[in-house]
Ligand binder design. Structure first.
Ligand code: ADP
Ligand code: MG
Length: 356
């Protein structure tokens, strides 16, 4: 039973769900929906006497990339699915919570926060994330592993005694997890996902055409004509970059067949991770997966033909979630709607010891 003070505070408090993704951070607020969707990027001034002074966070930081003096650098503190820089991550969490919480009239309303974190993070890193949320004003901070949040957000029956498989392909990491009874039974996290695919395209253009292209161009090619399975109608697009031999700007037409070839080894690594996870899954749960299928989430799930390719290789039904880019943050929001129901799914929960 909640004590009356908690209940009263609850009436005024905000429930904030955060997807701390390697590429994008999303924030969901109860009764308001997703109100923030920004890149997980922080611009840092390396020249500052105060070490690593943060210049900008999120969309503003991404805008700065390539347009600022060399001493201002953009970092993605979660790029590899681990927290590479506590300090910067803490400021990023504080910024996003502050943006919602801001200077609301009811100062006493301290939000309850649930944060989705990559499943590879250590206990020390988890503590750092929780502390960051508390110091940014959270009354309670719960952590949930991203594949769990993605599965909840995708509508899978995670608390039932039936196996579900989620494959979350983000920017920095791909996480594969089999979930049953509110817990992760088997999982695997690999550092091959959307970023690596962009790199593949950059390398391909360099090796085949001596063409140096930027990351944004590569990402566009991936999204527009990239695929993991032959397309009904193969397509072409123009890659613009600089010829490495002449040093001059150049445009090269590439086909979707070539981009598929460029992406093939990364796609294979993801396919193999799914197969290896299936191999480790207890037989009863495999039987459930054969019946209900595998669900894909994360931006990488949108790669054309990926579901088809996985379906061919695993001989199971593979679906893309309805909301691949927002499944994790919607999952955190659903946990906050029914915290008792989803209690098991949280990796840890910390409550501020005194509520003022
Ligand atoms: P994270 O959870 O790690 O922040 P996201 O789930 O937001 O990552 O996914 C970001 C990745 O998804 C990026 O690498 C982006 O290029 C990729 N992506 C987004 N849309 C598509 C698409 N239509 N096809 C292929 N990849 C996509
Ligand atoms: Mg994600």
């Amino acid at each position: 039973m909640q004590n009356p003070l908690d209940w009263l505070l609850g009436l005024f408090s905000l429930d904030i769900g955060i997807d701390l993704g390697t590429a994008n951070t999303l924030v969901h607020v109860k009764n308001r929906g997703i109100i923030i969707n920004e890149p997980s990027v922080v611009a840092i001034d390396r020249s500052s006497r105060r070490r690593n002074k943060v210049k900008a966070i999120g969309a503003e930081a991404k805008e700065m990339v390539g347009r600022t003096p060399a001493h201002i650098v953009a970092v993605r503190p979660l790029q590899d699915g681990v927290i590479s820089d506590f300090d910067v991550t803490e400021q990023m969490i504080g910024y996003f919570i502050g943006k919602v919480h801001g200077n609301r009239a009811i100062g006493a309303a301290r939000p309850r926060v649930v944060i989705g974190i990559p499943s590879g993070v250590t206990e020390v890193e988890k503590r750092a994330v929780r502390d960051a949320a508390i110091s940014a004003g959270a009354r309670e901070a719960g952590l949930v592993e991203e594949p769990m949040a993605a599965a909840i957000g995708a509508g899978l029956p995670v608390t039932e005694s039936v196996g579900s498989m989620i494959v979350d392909i983000g920017g920095g990491t791909t996480e594969v997890a089999v979930i049953s009874l509110g817990g992760i039974v088997v999982s695997r996290s690999i550092r091959v996902a959307g970023d690596e695919m962009n790199e593949d395209i950059i390398n391909y253009a360099r090796q085949k055409y001596n063409l140096l292209i930027g990351e944004r161009m590569a990402e566009r090619a991936k999204i527009e004509i990239g695929s993991a399975y032959p397309l009904e109608r193969e397509r072409t697009m123009i890659l613009r970059g600089r010829n490495l031999i002449t040093g001059l700007p150049e445009a090269v037409e590439v086909s979707s067949v070539e981009i598929r070839e460029a992406l093939s080894s990364s796609v294979q690594v993801i396919v193999d991770a799914v197969k290896a996870t299936l191999d480790e899954t207890p037989p009863e749960l495999v039987a459930d997966l054969m019946e209900y299928g595998i669900v894909l989430a994360g931006g990488g799930a949108l790669l054309q033909g990926l579901a088809q390719r996985l379906q061919d290789e695993t001989r199971m039904h593979v679906y893309v979630a309805d909301n691949p880019l927002t499944a994790v943050v919607m999952g955190t929001g659903m946990i906050l709607e029914k915290p008792e129901f989803y209690r098991e799914t949280l990796t840890s929960m910390q409550r501020k010891s005194t509520i003022r």
